[in-house]
Design a protein around this ligand. Sequence first.
Ligand code: DX5
Ligand code: ZN
Length: 230
Amino acid sequence: MSKAGNNPWHRIGEPPYIAPSMLACDFMRVGEMAAEAVAGGAAVLHVDIMDGHFVPNLSMGPAFVESARAFTDCPLDVHIMVTDALHFAEKFAEAGADSVTFHVESDSDPNAVIDLLRGRGLGVGVTLRPGTPAAAVRPFLTLVDMVLVMTVEPGYGGQRFMEDQLPKIRQIRSWLDTDKRLQVDGGINAETIVACADAGADVFVTGNTVFRSGDIAGTVAALKAAARRT
Ligand code: DX5
Ligand code: ZN
């Protein structure tokens, strides 16, 4: 069992990493489906948290992460789409998250969120909405483990990939040290993963493509192979 507060990004082998989003699971079968994704080679499990305020939708809370933590050794990569990032970063750290990614557009001071997560030994990610310019995350690049470029408007799974985010991926990759991860999230499938990998992404969140495929493990393995081909 991996311990809470155990930064995953330097202990899970070499990228590319596939990060299946459990938001797309059938919640009556979520453990079984997550286990299939891990069997297929998922590096981390992505957990999408929505507060009904920062985004117009609700999803899971800390209790979900507590249960997932007890169920699997796979690191939990928690993406908090919330207004009060500082408050919820602490809640999800306590619940057993291994890494937390927060939005630069939240109401919290990014440096305070980073300090809190670092103080607890968690992985730290910063992310930005499609309409937010790359420059908004630039001051934090040396302080985080990962930048997440949203390739859909946050709030819902199953949306279409936004190709206009590819230049932002390239721009941020050019600024990032090679030991930092660059994640993409939204509309990732066998085609779009290749475009993102080519632009410099190395962590791929994918919900519907994996969990609605009928072959969860096989789809994770195929996506990983596709990301490696670039
Ligand atoms: C969107 C979430 C994504 C989403 C990805 O707000 O951050 O993680 O669940 O789902 P797909 O892969 O179905 O677009
Ligand atoms: Zn996400």
